[in-house]
Write a protein that binds this ligand. Sequence first.
Ligand SMILES: Cc1cc2nc3c(=O)[nH]c(=O)nc-3n(C[C@H](O)[C@H](O)[C@H](O)COP(=O)(O)OP(=O)(O)OC[C@H]3O[C@@H](n4cnc5c(N)ncnc54)[C@H](O)[C@@H]3O)c2cc1C
Length: 263
Amino acid sequence: MKIITCIKQVPASSNVQVDPKTGVLIRDGNNVKMNPYDLYALEAAFQIKAMRKDSVVYSITMGPPSANSALSEALHMGADEATLISDRRFAGADVLATSYTLSQLVTHIGGYDLIICGKQTTDGDTAQVGPEMAEFLSIPHVPYVKEIVEVKEKSIILRSAYDTYDELVEVFYPCLITIDKGANVPRLPSYRRKVLFKDYKIKMVTLKDLKDQNPDNYGLSGSPTQVDEIFPPLKRTEAIMVEGKKEKLAKDMFDILKESRFL
Ligand SMILES: Cc1cc2nc3c(=O)[nH]c(=O)nc-3n(C[C@H](O)[C@H](O)[C@H](O)COP(=O)(O)OP(=O)(O)OC[C@H]3O[C@@H](n4cnc5c(N)ncnc54)[C@H](O)[C@@H]3O)c2cc1C
């Protein structure tokens, strides 16, 4: 069984800085980590592999060359193969262009049975990449998976958690699933695997390797969403003291809330 796990490198801290001139996130290459949801996606793949011994787990990411460190972590946790898709022409990709690029990469890898994504990321946070990839690939998808109930020869049975109910579904391969946090307990990278993968060369795929090589379908030009401005929300920490009789207190507080657009 061929399993492809999608992982993304995200800022390691919520204290993210934005360049005031360009409005672009200042990505400090040292202050990054694997998206926490993707740890659960990887663990799900390893547990499926333990049930189906003939399985191979691929790990893929789209990002700058520094995202290779997330792929190394995946290899050290248990992945068998790792591929980075990176090209200057992918820069500025919105969710649609990111999903399209990743779907082109899995088409390039080919022969997959199961694609596993995290439910969402902690930076973009849209939870749309998995479902959009499935649409581009014309395969079924099951989101919000919290339990892998049974792995069968031609299908997989999953329990998904929605806001007010759970859903038990059986879906046939090839398919895509997104894994929620708490679905399992992700393992740590192992020293033994670090040694094993010491000389492993992470594969690199660029636009020229893809079936669709039209640059207009990628990056900024393939993105129908355009971000005008990115800025951290203003934090107001100063206390406002209101004094006086209860009618004045009520009016003053009403005015403050209205001015701050809470009312
Ligand atoms: C107009 C616009 C411009 C943007 N420009 C940039 C930019 O220049 N640089 C930049 O870094 N971001 C940019 N972004 C953000 C970028 O589009 C998102 O990071 C990306 O679409 C993924 O969306 P998400 O983080 O919401 O993923 P979600 O949908 O929340 O992620 C769900 C799952 O999909 C998988 N996944 C998501 N992203 C990746 C990935 N890259 N590789 C592998 N698997 C993945 C993971 O399994 C993840 O758990 C831009 C966004 C917009 C709207």
